[in-house]
Design a protein around this ligand. Sequence first.
Ligand SMILES: [Zn+2]
Length: 409
Amino acid sequence: MDTLTLITDSYFDGTRCHDKGPYRIEAHDGVIARIEPDQPSIPPSGRVVRVPFVMPGMVEAHCHLFLDGAELDLEKRKQYLGAPREQMLDVGRKSLDENLAAGVTLIRDAGDIHGINHDIRSEVERRRGDKLTPDVRSPGRAIRKAGRYGSFMAEEATDVQSIDRTIRRLAESADDLKILLTGIIDFEKGQMKGGVQFDLDETRLIVSIAREQGLKTYAHCSGPDGLRIAIDAGIDSIEHGFFMTRDLVREMADKGIAWVPTFSPVWFQYEHPECCGWNDASVERLSQILNTHFEQIARASDAGVPVVAGSDAGSYGVPHGGGLIAELFFQRRAGMSLEKVLASATSTPRRLWGCPSADIIAGNEVNLLTLDGSPFVSMENLRSVRGVFQRMLHQVIDPSLRKETPYAA
Ligand SMILES: [Zn+2]
């Protein structure tokens, strides 16, 4: 039997912090067998690793693996969209490594027209048991209305028949269905660009076909019109969700609809307006939009909306791994408790998606990370991942792989 004993000062189990250590976390053949107070008089068994802090492996709920968010040259980003497949695959592999370096062991990709996300998922599955990499949930391509926003990630549908056909085809290989329900924000005007992509009847149809195919739905959606439709249609998760209102938050709580707020891409533009050519008026709009977002996320969390951490890494200015950690700082800044913040990147998404729990409790498979210090002492410790353990595998993290964000969180 392979026995691993982690001796730690404190740990977060997925819901609560335990800080009356030291504790012993003993695992047999990749499964947590027991967690007990460490008694120096009893020698620990198996391989022993002493660490300051342990928590479940993190979840990145919204990123685009095939895009390198750290590339800030807009011309290069544009050219890259026509790059050879092998180059995109290399970017996808690098994104995976950068996520792992931040302690991520489960990624939900958010759409990719080239299907690099599916290829990366296959590579991960082939190597399972040999090499520690994050698990990947992949939608393949998303679905959008013909001619509307989202050409780099979504397939077009025009009418009821093509919606039906498209979802059934995507469902053959997708883990979840990603929907483009609205466009993007016009930061000069401080409002949404264009109307909603699918009306309420179409969105209801999308949700019902997806459910019938066993897929959960997550929708790129901002602005009150789109949010209204997403909630009425019973989408499982709202991605971005800018311009949220108090009433919509209450309905999301009632229906148990999750929210992935993705502060990062907007915050990047707020901090680096020169990258997008924003003038003072646009920066003011960005600031207002972000303030509303902070306020509503705090309200949503208090009301019981399942808040889930996702950074939209890959989008402009948001690096993989570092972006997710920044997202946790934004939630904390909004006023969420640190327990809830950490749950948003661990237990909450795994529960919502029906994935095996990675909580640090006896009976669960080992799926955890170790930090140089407790985030409950200083949140900065979240940036100090020392190692990741998954089943029987252990990966020491090379700090040079950690990608910091070009913005302060
Ligand atoms: Zn996205």
